[in-house]
Design a protein around this ligand. Structure first.
Ligand SMILES: Cc1cc2nc3c(=O)[nH]c(=O)nc-3n(C[C@H](O)[C@H](O)[C@H](O)COP(=O)(O)O)c2cc1C
Length: 240
């Protein structure tokens, strides 16, 4: 299948979205697109290496960045004739969800969502703000500058050259945590969980998203795999 996967600027469910992309990359042709925030957040969490590996698995895979597009987002315009079997937006920020449900198309991802409807291409969206209430999420790795005394004890613990105290290079960091115990000040923060409150307005927007004709919402990126399996069977049946 030809799958177009959009990544927006959410840290929540980002790792799980990449896990699914990883699985799909062995079998399907992928075009990965980002919102500007999506690209930034991906770098902050240090997942760009994972995307590079995914891209290398198929010579037909493509990557489209919002910053390389013009104001009319020519890439999204092509969707009506350069057909994809499926469009996935995961993770989807509260911002992108709100824009889609209000018919706003002013970013690469929101333009793709709008064009998916016009081109009648099935679109699966994983909004990170599903139900009102508290969720637990992980923040990107960093060195707390207020605590770091620049003793440099952590540098040798890192096999990937990711540490120049008080800076942690998320592009190089693999979150192996080998540096954490070397720090006498507990300044290296990796995999820290925080609680976030999902606002009623954001949960309400997700309910509205569920009502848009060509859009199917999933609670979790892992729920996308059965959808794709079902689509594969239908495509196979049509061929025979
Ligand atoms: C590290 C980091 C993590 C973020 N995680 C989320 C998130 O989980 N959910 C969300 O709605 N916004 C999150 N944001 C904020 C969005 O990136 C921001 O609202 C951005 O404008 C969204 O743009 P986009 O919808 O075009 O991607 C995060 C920002 C940063 C810096």
């Amino acid at each position: 299948m030809r799958i177009l996967w959009a990544i927006t600027g959410a840290g929540h469910l980002l790792k799980e979205s990449i896990d699914v992309l990883e699985k799909l990359s062995y079998k399907h042709e992928l075009t990965i697109i980002y919102s500007c925030a999506g690209r930034e957040v991906l770098k902050l969490y240090g997942y760009d290496k994972n995307i590079e590996e995914i891209m290398d698995r198929n010579p037909n895979n493509k990557m489209i960045k919002e910053e390389e597009q013009k104001y009319s987002y020519p890439f999204s315009g092509k969707l009506t004739h350069d057909k994809y079997d499926l469009i996935v937006i995961s993770p989807t920020t509260a911002n992108t969800t709100a824009k889609i449900v209000h018919g706003i198309a002013d970013t690469l991802v929101t333009n793709v969502a709008a064009q998916s409807g016009k081109g009648q291409i099935k679109c699966v969206v994983v909004p990170v703000d599903y139900d009102e209430g508290l969720i637990t999420t992980i923040i990107p790795p960093y060195i707390d500058k207020k605590l770091c005394i620049e003793c440099n004890k952590c540098i040798n613990a890192c096999a990937f050259d990711a540490l120049t105290p008080p800076i942690l290079d998320t592009k190089k960091c693999t979150c192996c945590k080998k540096c954490v115990d070397t720090c006498p000040e507990e300044a290296i923060i990796i995999g820290r969980e925080i609680e976030l409150y999902i606002r009623p307005i954001d949960a309400e927007n997700t309910r509205k998203l569920e009502k848009i004709e060509n859009i199917k919402t999933c609670r979790h990126p892992y729920d996308i795999l059965p959808v794709i399996l079902k689509m594969e069977k239908i495509i196979e049946k049509k061929k025979n």
